[in-house]
Design a protein around this ligand. Structure first.
Ligand SMILES: [Fe+2]
Length: 312
């Protein structure tokens, strides 16, 4: 019999937008505890955004004709380059959207520095995104489907063992965003990593590592992956392709209410988006040296199973 899964989310009641940590004397300890919980696979939930998110910006995002503007799976924004992708529209609309994303991203970065102090100044700020389309019955190709349980891995941004930390906000004013999640990463890895090719990838890693290193130095996009990154990309696809896993694994349904904000390390927490429309999201990459519970990191769990290093 499958053992029960502990509820994966924890509501944060002592940090608020504007005020920050309610009890300043305890904030260092609370901040460290929140990093530990995230790295152990918990989801941290705020009932309202813990950063500034102006009403007029939210409303502007909700009233756009996104079917006309759509060019990609989501709208994405690269804070480091101030580049917006996945939309078309009038120059005024694009300028307004870029300004909304710029402010949103800056607000989340500021929040993260105060809320997760052990990571402050150590994370890479990755892309932010807006997901304006209804997820239920969306009809995407299998590997792009959000409604199949998976762990995240980015083809173009290898992490070399770093963790993928995502901050989501449900902008939908009336409907929850519904996720399924399942057992912890270690349980999934013990059951499926071998079948997903862990040992083969570890065996081939010596030759592959040198080829990839050279490719990375030459600046070829998506190259410079560690064996860990190669495995995780494959594991993302493996889990989505595995019908027995998708049908038979234990599931926990999570309903994120309107305006809820949640933080989760999506490389370690398998997730599927079952329904919902209008989510805003900012991603950070937390390098291995910034982790407070490194033994909980997927790369360390996989290295133990493989019996050799997977990160250069
Ligand atoms: Fe995902």
């Amino acid at each position: 019999m499958t053992p029960p899964i502990n509820p994966p989310w924890i509501a944060v009641e002592d940090y608020r937008q504007g005020a920050g940590w309610v009890n300043l004397e305890e904030c260092e300890g609370r901040s460290l505890r929140c990093c530990e919980l995230l790295e152990r696979g918990k989801i941290l939930l705020f009932r309202e955004p813990p950063f500034d998110l102006p009403d007029e910006d939210r409303k502007f995002l909700l009233v756009q004709e996104w079917t006309e503007l759509r060019l990609h799976k989501n709208v994405s924004y690269r804070p480091s380059e101030d580049v917006l992708k996945g939309v078309s529209g009038s120059p005024q609309t694009i300028a307004r959207l870029r300004s909304i994303f710029r402010n949103y991203s800056a607000a989340v970065i500021d929040f993260m520095g105060k809320f997760l102090r052990p990571y402050a100044g150590k994370c890479t700020v990755d892309f932010s995104s807006f997901r304006p389309f209804e997820e239920e019955r969306r009809g995407l190709p299998l590997h792009k489907r959000n409604d199949l349980l998976h762990v995240d891995a980015f083809p173009s941004r290898p992490t070399h063992g770093g963790r993928i930390l995502r901050v989501f906000t449900n902008l939908n004013p009336t409907r929850a965003r519904v996720w399924n999640t399942t057992e912890p990463f270690e349980a999934l890895a013990r059951r499926y990593a071998s079948d997903a090719g862990l040992e083969r990838i570890a065996r081939e890693s010596w030759v592959r590592r040198r080829v990839e290193d050279w490719a990375g130095k030459l600046g070829w996009r998506g190259m410079g992956r560690s064996p860990y990154d190669i495995f995780m990309l494959g594991f993302h696809d493996y889990l989505k392709e595995n019908t027995d896993f998708q049908k038979g694994c234990p599931k926990i349904r999570l309903e994120f209410p309107p305006l809820a904000t949640w933080l989760v390390l999506t490389d370690g927490v398998a997730h599927a988006v079952m329904s919902g429309q209008y989510a805003l999201e900012q991603t950070f990459l937390v390098p291995p040296q910034a982790l407070v519970e490194p033994d909980q990191a997927p790369y360390r769990i996989l290295e133990k199973l493989a019996g050799q290093p997977l990160v250069c």
